[in-house]
Design a protein around this ligand. Structure first.
Ligand code: SF4
Ligand code: FES
Length: 322
C-alpha cells in the first residue's frame, strides 16, 4: 500500500491508484472536480484540467515539489506524496481560470437548457466561476442537430471531454464516431449518428457533463428540480434494468441510469428501458433517490443562493463567490 496526504488528510491506497481516486477514497470537499474523467470509461481523463492539484512533495524518496500543477485524474500516487487541493491558493486560482476557459464557447443558456440543475459545468461555475465573462471574441456556433430519433446534439455546449466518444467506443465493437478537427474547429463527429442505432446509445446522454447531448423525449417537459427521482427496476434482457425514474406526479417524465455522488452512472442501461418504458406500470418502484450533490437541484442550496441575492441585489454576489 502507498501512503499519501491530500489537504493534510492521510490515506493509504493500492499501487496504481490515481490522486483523484485516492481523494475519492477520503471523500468530501477535498475531492477535485472532474469534467472529463469517468471511472467506468477506460482512457477517460486528461482533457479538461479541472482536476489539477499541486504536488508539494513528490514522494518519500524525492521530497521536491513539482513546479507545475498536475491533473489528478491521470497522475499516479507515490509513497509519501503530499498533495494540495483546496488548501492551495494556486490550485484555486488556476481552477477559476480553467472554468473561465471552459466557458469561453459555452453559451449561458441554462434557463433553457435541459441539463440545468444537473450540469457539471453549472456546478463548477457556481463554485469557481466569475460573475461575468471577459471574453469578447466571437464564440463558436453550431446549429443543434438531431442525432437519431431520441438524442439532440447541441455542439455549442460541448466541452470536448470525449466521454461520449469513449462510451460509444467501449459499448459497441467497432469505432464509428469521434472528434473531428482540432483546436477551436474540433467537434463531435457526425459519425455519432451511426452509433445512435445501437441499443445502448442513450448512455451518451448520461455521461455528457453538460447539455450538449440531451434526451429528446424529455426536452422542455420540466425543470429537473420539479421532478421526483425514484429508484426503480424491471426485468430486462439487455441491461440490469436498474434505473432512476424522474417522475412528475404519477407520470414518468424521464428514465436515466442511476448516478453516484460523482455524477457517474452505476450501470449503463439500454434504450428500451430509457426511451420506451415511460409508464409507472412498467417499473417496480423501490423508493426515492438521495440527491446529495451540491447543485441547484438541491432546493435548500438554491433558496440560500436566492435569498443572498435578494439581500444584496446591487452586489449580485452569492455567498460562495464572496
Ligand atoms: S457531447 Fe458531451 S460527452 Fe460528448 S464530448 Fe461534448 S461535452 Fe463531452
Ligand atoms: S478530470 Fe482530470 S483532466 Fe478532466
Amino acid at each position: 500500500m502507498l501512503r499519501l496526504t491530500i489537504d493534510n488528510i492521510t490515506v493509504e491506497v493500492e499501487e496504481g491508484t490515481t490522486i483523484l481516486n485516492a481523494a475519492r477514497k477520503i471523500g468530501g470537499k477535498i475531492v477535485p472536480p472532474a469534467m472529463c474523467y469517468y471511472s467506468k470509461l477506460k482512457g477517460s481523463g486528461g482533457k479538461c484540467r479541472t482536476c489539477l492539484v499541486k504536488i508539494a512533495n513528490t514522494s518519500e524518496m524525492d521530497p521536491r515539489p513539482i513546479p507545475k500543477l498536475v491533473p489528478s485524474c491521470s497522475t499516479l500516487v507515490q509513497n509519501g506524496m503530499v498533495v494540495e487541493n483546496t488548501i492551495s491558493e494556486q490550485v484555486l486560482k488556476e481552477r477559476k481560470a480553467i472554468t473561465e476557459f471552459l466557458l469561453i464557447n459555452h453559451p449561458l443558456d441554462c434557463p433553457v437548457c435541459d441539463q440545468a440543475g444537473e450540469c457539471d459545468l453549472q456546478n463548477l461555475s457556481y463554485e469557481h466561476g466569475l460573475e461575468e465573462t471577459r471574453y469578447e471574441e466571437e464564440r463558436r456556433e453550431f446549429a443543434p442537430i438531431d442525432i437519431g430519433e431520441k438524442i439532440k446534439l447541441h455542439m455549442n455546449r460541448c466541452i470536448l471531454c470525449y466521454r461520449c466518444v469513449y462510451t460509444a467506443e467501449q459499448i459497441i465493437n467497432e469505432r464509428v464516431h469521434g472528434v473531428l478537427y482540432r483546436g477551436d474547429k474540433a467537434e463531435i463527429s457526425t459519425f455519432v449518428e451511426n452509433f445512435v442505432e445501437n441499443d445502448f446509445s442513450g448512455n451518451i446522454i448520461d455521461v455528457c457533463p453538460v447539455g450538449a447531448l440531451t434526451d429528446r423525449t424529455f426536452r422542455f417537459k420540466s425543470r429537473v428540480w420539479f421532478t421526483n427521482p425514484m429508484d426503480a427496476h424491471r426485468n430486462c434482457e439487455k441491461c440490469s434494468g436498474k434505473v432512476a425514474l424522474w417522475m412528475f406526479g404519477d407520470d414518468v417524465y424521464r428514465v436515466t441510469g442511476r448516478k453516484d455522488k460523482y455524477n457517474e452512472v452505476e450501470e449503463f442501461i439500454c434504450n428500451e428501458c430509457r426511451f420506451e418504458k415511460k409508464k409507472t406500470s412498467d417499473w417496480i418502484i423501490e423508493g426515492p433517490r438521495k440527491i446529495n450533490r451540491t447543485s441547484v437541484i438541491s432546493q435548500n442550496h438554491y433558496e440560500k443562493l436566492t435569498k443572498q441575492s435578494i439581500i444584496n441585489p446591487t452586489e449580485g454576489k452569492t455567498e460562495q463567490q464572496e
